[in-house]
Ligand binder design. Structure first.
Ligand code: 13P
Ligand code: SF4
Length: 303
């Protein structure tokens, strides 16, 4: 039987031998983060995918992240770590439905959260991540914004950019939306004095209680600077464990035990091992026309 350590050592050897760059979203498990070349949120991963010198990119995350890497690196082999790892939010709207919305709001800039299919990215003006959304929306010349698909993130941006008019749809992350205001009240009572950090994919009645609201990286950066010793974490619970490893002398509590993304949890260390061996994962293939159309909106974000 292999141990975690054995497998990690083999993965590190094979990724070098087979010229593979391992990118891992921060919601992956600790054993995977330890062997990744880069760990980050959706924005950081898209930047790293574009910069990676290796011939193969292994995306440990969900399908839209691997698609984004392929859009930016068409000449590289891009593997998704587990073929069934999707993001339910990415498919909440079809390209036809988006075209109908664009006709309804012809003057609006179409802003797509990066958690969308390539077909939706091909229809929008600019992609955003939770880390870049606020800044990009503020800078857009248009006064009207059609934001898809996450109405919670869209609503959070709307509050901070009151000078613009927003059109939102009924989409969002089914995992972050499991956190309730009752969870906030219970956690505040259970952990008095702890700072409450919340991802803006949560419902507005949850996010409004936050001491800090922001993307995964934003939350991590906040903790690094904070003088507090105790934190309640309102995002995927994997972050609680990663923070415990990083700061064993501080205390981290999940805001809700229900905030666990099943898709992010599908990839195991053995899946990663099989991918670097060349026998696992799924190679992402995108037709050129779709890829180039989708690339415009990602380039607009990176610019
Ligand atoms: P970020 O990685 O941009 O914080 O988004 C969170 C998320 O839900 C990713 O799927
Ligand atoms: Fe999608 Fe939510 Fe899972 Fe992120 S946490 S991959 S947005 S379902």
């Amino acid at each position: 039987m292999y141990t975690t350590k054995d497998l990690q050592a083999e993965i590190l050897r094979l990724k070098k031998e087979n010229d593979v760059c391992i990118l891992a979203h921060a919601y992956q498990t600790q054993d995977i983060l330890e062997i990744a070349d880069f760990v980050g949120d959706s924005f950081g991963l898209s930047q790293q995918a574009a910069a990676a010198p290796q011939k193969t990119i292994l995306m440990c995350g969900v399908r839209f992240m691997a698609e984004t890497a392929k859009i930016l690196s068409p000449d590289k082999r891009v593997l998704l770590s587990h073929p069934q790892a999707g993001c339910p939010m990415a498919e909440q709207l079809t390209a036809e439905e988006l075209r109908a919305l664009k006709q309804q709001y012809p003057n609006a800039a179409v802003v797509a959260y990066i958690n969308t299919t390539a077909a939706l990215k091909a229809e929008c003006d600019v992609c955003v991540t939770s880390a870049s959304a606020l800044d990009i929306v503020r800078r857009l010349p248009q006064e009207e914004i059609l934001f898809i698909p996450d109405c919670n993130l869209g609503g959070w941006i709307r509050e901070q950019v009151p000078e613009k008019t927003f059109h939102l749809i009924k989409g969002g992350c089914p995992v972050h939306m499991r956190i309730t205001e009752a969870d906030v009240l219970a956690a505040r009572a259970q952990y008095p004095g702890a700072e409450l950090l919340i991802h803006p994919e949560c419902l507005s009645e949850v996010t409004r209680h936050a001491d800090y609201a922001g993307s995964t990286t934003g939350i991590l950066a906040y903790i690094q600077k904070s003088k507090a010793r105790r934190f309640i974490i309102g995002t995927d619970n994997s972050i609680v464990q990663h923070l415990q490893f990083t700061y064993p002398d501080r205390e981290f509590y999940p805001l809700s035990c229900a905030c666990i993304c099943r898709d992010m949890r599908l990839t195991t260390l053995v899946d990663v091992y099989r991918c670097v061996c060349g026998t696992g994962g799924e190679e992402i293939v995108l037709p050129d026309e779709l890829r180039l159309a989708a690339k415009k909106s990602i380039d607009a974000m990176l610019a």
